[in-house]
Write a protein that binds this ligand. Structure first.
Ligand code: ADP
Length: 260
């Protein structure tokens, strides 16, 4: 523990410098604690599926078991492996975002073709669960953004809408143009998020219902990645929700070339 705490050195610049050092030292300590906590959580998140893989591999390898049971064990192993892969991929993505070793390559993106592509990609998963997906694009809108990142953001948010919705409900994505930005709204009629949980959902590995999210292949990292990508564009994301009624995500993306 190396937190420095300088005594108040006076009311001049030196005093202020001392205060700054104290604050920096405190921040550093918090960062270290957060990092240790995050590492602990990751280890736990990885250990759970790995324990399943290990256990079911052992039983699947037994000689005198029913072929049907073996198939079932292999299916579980396959599913748990996908969870591990998703977790590792998301962690890798977060590490790149943290280190700033990723690039945002902005260009003028024609929105309607992009939204059509997104609809084509997502519709089968929505349909197979009996959820309707409505993606609207009327005008010839363009957005100055990184098309790959924009697609990643929207796919992630739509995937959440699907995961936390039930058959018979609808998810709607629409875009409105403001003076200097575009506002994307993704509204679902799903299970919603309790008010008390809302302030936390952008935190890494945070999930309202761990078991439900796990079953759905969630990692609890999706929204933190989305938020970082949105902020890297100079945009803003906010979520409102009502339990049992649905969730609405508002994404505001600035639509101007950077004036550096
Ligand atoms: P996950 O991989 O678990 O979906 P996210 O970071 O994307 O992780 O989301 C964090 C948590 O926020 C989820 O586990 C879920 O509890 C909640 N959540 C996110 N989007 C929605 C939504 N559209 N409806 C209800 N709950 C949601």
């Amino acid at each position: 523990d190396y937190e420095v705490a300088l005594p108040r050195l006076g009311n001049d610049e030196i005093g202020e410098l001392g205060e700054s050092i104290n604050k920096l030292s405190k921040d550093l300590k918090t960062m270290k604690r957060d990092r240790a906590e995050f590492l602990g959580s990751i280890s736990h998140e990885l250990r759970t599926p790995l324990t399943y893989v290990q256990g079911y591999t052992n039983v699947a390898l037994r000689e005198n078991i029913d072929e049907k049971d073996r198939q079932e064990y292999l299916r579980i192993i396959q599913e748990e492996t996908s969870t591990i892969v998703a977790l590792v991929e998301n962690l890798f993505e977060l590490a790149k975002l943290d280190e700033n070793t990723f690039t945002i390559l902005k260009e003028h993106v024609e929105l309607c073709p992009l939204l059509r592509k997104i609809h084509t990609k997502m519709a089968p998963a929505f349909n197979s669960e009996g959820i309707s997906l409505d993606v609207e694009c009327h005008e010839d809108l363009t957005l100055y953004a990184d098309p790959i990142r924009l697609e990643q953001i929207l796919l992630n948010l739509l995937d959440n809408a699907r995961k936390y919705s039930k058959a018979g409900s609808a998810t709607r994505l629409h875009v409105t143009a403001e003076a200097h930005s575009l506002v994307f709204t993704i509204a679902d009629e799903g299970i919603g998020i309790p008010q008390s949980e809302l302030p936390h959902i952008f935190e890494r590995l945070y999930r309202v219902e761990k078991s439900r999210s796990r079953e759905l292949g969630g990692t609890g990292l999706g929204l933190s990645i989305v938020k970082m990508l949105v902020e890297a564009h100079g945009g803003d994301i906010s979520i409102t929700s009502s339990e049992g009624v649905g969730t609405t995500v508002m994404l505001t993306m600035p639509n101007e070339e950077d004036r550096e």
